[in-house]
Design a protein around this ligand. Structure first.
Ligand code: HEM
Length: 247
């Protein structure tokens, strides 16, 4: 057993709940990590009340909360946040993310769910391909190939796809934190075409599209909602796998 490293607490402190309370409260100071698995401390009462509510957005958020913290504590995520990442491992990450985006976009379109999900936050495969090119991937067809997440997405049902879209759309919120660190790491001019377009959703669109999506989620029928929670959890688990294996 060991104590949670203070830099991880710092990363977590960047997180704010929608009520403005720092998400670092989700881990009590001095919380312990056993075999690399974080043991969250008790939630403060107000947050417990809000995540226990019946709303699908709250259920989705709760379903992935711990996995999100694990993703943030991977060596790759730390290297990105700390601007010590180099091009090769970052490209390896994009190689792995591309099939996930490609399959999800294809399946969402085929299931006519494109209008339910926040398009600019989810449909980022083109930006991802542009980035791979801009950062020096000569042969875009030679990517990482399909991993278990994209294979699963290929046969996921409508509810699962909504949950997956929630995770991918939410990651665009994290991009607002990651892009400045990547700009610093790769010394770009922070403008379109610099290899970081995947993380470049304008803030106004980001917040508006995200809130509208969360509102639409609340109106989904319950059977779809249950699968969405499952889909979000599986997608975030696949993302943890991707982040753990790159770098
Ligand atoms: C790599 C390091 C990461 C950092 C530093 C980070 C940071 C953040 C931040 C700052 C937010 C916004 C919280 C808010 O405004 O309420 C957020 C939300 C979110 N992130 Fe990440 N993120 C990271 C990776 C990821 C990854 C890889 C995924 C999944 C592909 C992901 C999925 C989400 C989701 C679904 C949300 C919205 C739900 C929530 O707030 O929990 N994040 N993240």
């Amino acid at each position: 057993m060991r104590c949670l490293p203070s830099d991880l607490l710092l990363i977590c402190a960047r997180h704010r709940t929608r009520s403005g309370a720092p998400r670092s409260q989700w881990i009590a100071p001095g919380a312990e990590v056993q075999s690399g698995i974080m043991q969250p401390g008790p939630l403060p009462f107000e947050e417990r009340a809000s995540v226990r509510g019946p709303g699908l957005a709250a259920r989705l958020r709760q379903a992935i909360a711990e996995l999100h913290l694990h993703v943030e504590s991977t060596a790759l995520a730390r290297a990105i946040v700390g601007s010590s990442i180099t091009i090769e491992p970052y490209l390896a990450l994009l190689d792995r993310l591309e099939p996930v985006h490609e399959v999800l976009e294809h399946r969402l379109a085929a299931a006519t769910l494109e209008d339910l999900v926040p398009r600019p936050l989810v449909f980022r495969a083109d930006a991802l391909r542009r980035d791979r090119c801009a950062l020096g991937r000569r042969d875009l067809s030679r990517g990482a190939g399909h991993g278990s997440l994209s294979l699963w997405l290929g046969s996921a049902n409508g509810g699962h796809l909504v949950g997956a879209a929630y995770v991918i759309a939410g990651s665009a919120l994290g991009s607002a934190v990651l892009r400045p660190s990547l700009v610093k790491a790769f010394k770009t001019l922070d403008q379109p075409g610099d290899g970081l377009d995947y993380h470049r959703v304008p803030t106004a669109i980001l917040r508006e599209a995200w809130s509208a999506f969360l509102a639409r989620l609340e109106r989904l029928p319950e059977d779809l909602a249950a699968d969405a929670v499952d889909g979000a959890r599986r997608t975030m688990t696949g993302m943890l796998d991707i982040y753990s294996s790159a770098c």
